[in-house]
Design a protein around this ligand. Structure first.
Ligand code: C2E
Ligand code: MG
Ligand code: MG
Ligand code: MG
Length: 276
C-alpha cells in the first residue's frame, strides 16, 4: 500500500514536470516570434549621481508582453531565451533599438544595455556592437554594456579578450550584480571595468545590518582604490540614499530615484499611446 502511494506520488510528480516542461517549450516557441510580432518593448531606469542628483544615464530593461499571458518578467524569459538561443536575435534587437532611440535624444545621457553571457560566447558581439554604432550614429561613449560575473567564468580568456575589443570601440563596461558571484575580487583584478554595480541585495540590509554596511563600505573603498565608480542598485528609501551619500557612493539607481518606464513617459510624462 505504501508502495502504491509512493508510485502515485512519483507519477503525479512526473506528470507535473511534464506539464511544466511543455509550458516552457511553448513559451520558448513564442519567444522566437516575439521580435517579429513586436511584443518586445524597452523600459528605461534612471541612474543618478548620489552627490548632485544629476542624471548620468538610463539602464535599458526589456519587457515582453505575451498575447495570452500578459507581461512575462525578464527573470522568467531571459533564462529561457538563453537556453533556446533566442537571446541572440532578441539581444541584437535590444541593442539596436536602444542605440537608435538614444541617438535621437536631445540629451547626451548614457544608456546601459544588459549583455547576456550567451551573447558574449556566441556570435560576433564585437562586430555587432560596431555595426549598431555605425548604423545608428550613437557616440560609442554613450553606450555602456552591463555584464555579470558568470559571463566571464566560463571561458575567461576569450571573454576578457572580447571585452577588451569592445572597450577599444569606446564603449564602457559595467560589472552588474557585484558581490553575489564567487570570484568577485578575482574578476576585478583581471579586467579594467568602468563601473561596479553593487547588487541590490545589499540595499535590503544596509539600514539595519552593520555587517551589510561594512561590506558596502569595503566595496566602495575597493572602487575608490581602483578608481572605478560604484553604483548602488535597488535604492528604495531615503535612508538608504543618505547612507550611500555618507559613505561616498558615486551613483544610485532604484525605485526611489525612478521606476523603469518607456522613454516617452520619462521624457514627457506622457505615454505614446495616450498622446496618440
Ligand atoms: P539587472 O540588470 O540587475 O536589472 C535591475 C533589475 O532591478 C530590474 O529588474 C529592475 O526593474 C529592478 N529594480 C530597479 N530598481 C529596483 C528597486 O528599487 N527595487 C527592486 N526590488 N528592484 C529594482 P527587471 O527589469 O525585472 O530585470 C531583471 C533582470 O533581467 C535584469 O537584472 C537583467 O539581468 C535581466 N534583463 C533585463 N533586460 C535585459 C536585456 O535586455 N538583456 C539581458 N540579457 N538581460 C536583461
Ligand atoms: Mg543590469
Ligand atoms: Mg543588476
Ligand atoms: Mg540583477
Amino acid at each position: 500500500r505504501a508502495k502504491a502511494a509512493l508510485n502515485q506520488t512519483v507519477c503525479f510528480y512526473e506528470v507535473s514536470m511534464d506539464e511544466a516542461a511543455r509550458q516552457r517549450r511553448a513559451l520558448a516557441n513564442d519567444l522566437w516570434d516575439a521580435v517579429e510580432k513586436k511584443q518586445l518593448a524597452l523600459h528605461y531606469q534612471v541612474q543618478k549621481s548620489v552627490m548632485s542628483g544629476a542624471v548620468i544615464g538610463y539602464e535599458v530593461l526589456l519587457r515582453w508582453s505575451h498575447p495570452e499571458r500578459g507581461m512575462v518578467p525578464p527573470s522568467e524569459f531571459i533564462p529561457l531565451a538563453e537556453e533556446c538561443g533566442a537571446i541572440l536575435p532578441i539581444g541584437e534587437w535590444v541593442l539596436r533599438e536602444a542605440c537608435r532611440e538614444a541617438a535621437g535624444w536631445e540629451s547626451s545621457h548614457k544608456i546601459a544595455v544588459n549583455l547576456s553571457p550567451v551573447q558574449l560566447a556566441n556570435g560576433d558581439i564585437v562586430s555587432l556592437v560596431q555595426d549598431v554604432l555605425a548604423d545608428t550614429g550613437l557616440d560609442p561613449n554613450r553606450l555602456e554594456l552591463e555584464i555579470t560575473e558568470s559571463t566571464i567564468i566560463d571561458d575567461k580568456e576569450r571573454a576578457l579578450l572580447t571585452l577588451r575589443q569592445i572597450k577599444e570601440l569606446g564603449v564602457t563596461i559595467a560589472i552588474d550584480d557585484f558581490g553575489t558571484g564567487y570570484s568577485s575580487l578575482e574578476t576585478l583584478r583581471s579586467f579594467p571595468f568602468d563601473k561596479i554595480k553593487l547588487d541590490r541585495s545589499f540595499m535590503w540590509e544596509v539600514e539595519g545590518s552593520p555587517q551589510a554596511k561594512a561590506i558596502v563600505r569595503a566595496i566602495l573603498a575597493l572602487g575608490q582604490s581602483l578608481s572605478v565608480p560604484v553604483l548602488a542598485e535597488g535604492v528604495e528609501t531615503q535612508k538608504q540614499l543618505d547612507i550611500l551619500q555618507a559613505e561616498g557612493c558615486d551613483e544610485a539607481q532604484g525605485y526611489l530615484l525612478g521606476r523603469p518606464a518607456p522613454i516617452t513617459v520619462l521624457f514627457t510624462g506622457k505615454d505614446d499611446a495616450a498622446a496618440a
